[in-house]
Write a protein that binds this ligand. Structure first.
Ligand code: NAP
Ligand code: HSE
Length: 445
């Protein structure tokens, strides 16, 4: 059997999970692939640290160079997180002719294009299944299984921590910070929790999926990002009354008919992350807790759904093992070109600015309950060409401040934002209006 020697940089939640999983199933995996897998070294920051997963001291090192520069190690598995040093580690490994497996979406979002070029130059591969949606093999789905489709839309619940927080907040009278702490204890959250709750982690993943689906590397700064920090239990409650749940969604869309109709070539895509109201009847509304799900619409396959644990030690380790399997097969077959992890093929690819993206909206205003107020609000919306599809105002608060909920038809984001700024200036409107987009998963999109 072909021997394949691995080195890990990072032995924390995911690294510990990979070590454990290889110990448990490495022989089975090896017999399926016809290779023999061995972990030769694991680099960590602190050698003397109590670890939930015990790893032999003989293979631990505190110097990542011991992994990357070891001629016996053929595949480097980067599980340290962060961007600056991780980039150095991955570059050094690729330049040393080693394939790399990474779970690091922040690294790929910032430097993916450069790293794929380096991998190509040195005839090795850079695999990244664990970087998006934890244990769900969505990278392989887009890279291999749906290769014959044009993708018209992808909707993803891509952050386990946020989905866990929103699920708990919708079911229990529990505060945001308390649930976040539990997600951290469960090993779901990033070292810097702002990456999760402010939407950046989901944006990194959205950019990776968009790049793979549309064939150009999406600049992370072009992905519009809003997180869940500002969401209140009040809005979760009103959404519930209206027949919706609120989820943090990665939204990637393109109208595949337009290029053909207009002959304009590539139609810019929407690539964004925001909390959205989704109908309770939609399958994504029922994805709860740490589960992630990715809903992909292809022009040939139609609608498909992929669901599983989006974070955590074992689920993520499973995805890393899948990549280790691919890297091992490359070595066994002495090729790096079976199905390359990312192939750029769309020269004129572009992301549509969020201002131009058309959405539907839920709006909550706090207004003085007195005659004429609603007439002024609806006049501002009408002047902007924005239609209201429904209104809710609790009864019986004459002269007091009451919440008013407006459901708004399709409007461009800039137009809607400008109208809300004007509405917020009215004397009778108190505080900042709340605006949350609504996704209906229209079959014609
Ligand atoms: P973690 O628990 O903080 O583990 C990081 C590991 O890297 C630790 O073992 C740490 O050493 C080591 N490390 C840090 N700096 C190092 C350095 N300079 N040299 C050598 N080792 C160093 O993080 P994690 O949750 O496993 O996440 C790792 C990566 O996987 C991140 O990119 C993350 O985004 C990604 N990911 C995580 C999950 C998840 O559910 N946790 C899911 C998907 C993807 P010490 O142990 O000595 O501190
Ligand atoms: N912090 C991430 C999440 C880990 O909660 O989804 C998985 O990428």
């Amino acid at each position: 059997m072909r021997k394949v020697t691995l080195g890990l940089v990072g032995g924390g939640t995911v690294g510990g999970g990979v070590y454990q999983a290889i110990k448990k199933n490495g022989a089975l995996m090896g017999s399926r692939l016809g290779v023999q897998l061995t972990i030769a070294k694991i680099a960590v920051r602190k050698l003397k640290k109590a670890r939930a997963v015990k790893m032999p001291a003989s293979i631990l090192t505190s110097n990542w160079r011991d992994v990357v520069d070891d001629p016996a190690i053929e595949v480097v598995v980067e599980l340290m997180g962060g961007v600056k040093l991780a980039r150095e580690v991955v570059r050094a490994a690729l330049e040393n002719g080693k394939s790399v497996v990474t779970a690091n979406k922040a690294l790929l979002a910032a430097h993916g294009e450069e790293l794929f070029q380096i991998a190509g130059k040195y005839g090795v591969n850079l695999y990244y299944e664990a970087s998006v949606a934890g244990g769900i093999p969505i990278i392989k789905v887009l890279r291999e299984a749906l290769i014959g489709n044009r993708i018209s839309s992808i909707y993803g619940i891509l952050n386990g921590t946020c989905n866990y927080i929103l699920t708990r907040m919708s079911r229990e009278p529990i505060e945001f910070n308390a649930v976040l702490k539990q997600a951290q204890e469960l090993g779901y959250a990033e070292a810097e929790p702002s990456l999760d709750v402010d939407g950046f982690d989901a944006a990194h993943k959205t950019g990776i999926l968009a790049s793979l689906a549309y064939g150009f590397w999406v600049d992370q700064h072009d992905v519009h990002v809003e997180g869940i920090r500002g969401l209140s239990r009040l809005d979760i409650g009103f959404a519930d009354q209206l027949g919706y749940v609120i989820k943090l969604l990665g939204v990637i869309k393109q109208d595949p008919e337009k290029p053909r109709r207009s002959g304009q070539g590539f139609q810019p895509i929407q690539a964004s992350v925001y909390p959205a109201l989704i109908p309770k009847s939609h399958v994504l509304a029922n994805i709860n807790g740490v589960f992630n799900a990715v809903f992909v619409r292809g022009d040939i396959v139609g609608d498909t759904l992929y669901c599983g644990h989006g974070a955590g030690q074992d689920a993520t380790a499973s995805a890393v093992l899948s990549d280790i399997g691919d890297a091992a097969l490359d070595l066994k077959w002495e090729t790096s070109n079976r199905i390359p992890p990312f192939v750029p093929h769309e020269r004129s690819g572009a992301v549509r600015p969020m201002d131009e993206v058309v959405s539907r909206y839920y709006v909550r205003l706090n207004v003085m309950d007195k005659p004429g107020v609603f007439a002024r609000i609806s006049a501002i919306l009408a002047d902007a060409g924005i239609g209201i599809s429904s209104i809710i105002q609790p009864e019986g608060h004459g002269g007091r401040v009451v919440p008013v909920i407006l459901m708004i038809y399709d409007a461009a984001n800039k137009r809607m934002g400008d109208a809300l700024k004007t509405i917020a200036k009215l004397d009778a409107v108190k505080g900042k209006p709340v605006m949350i987009r609504v996704e209906q998963f229209d079959p014609n999109e």
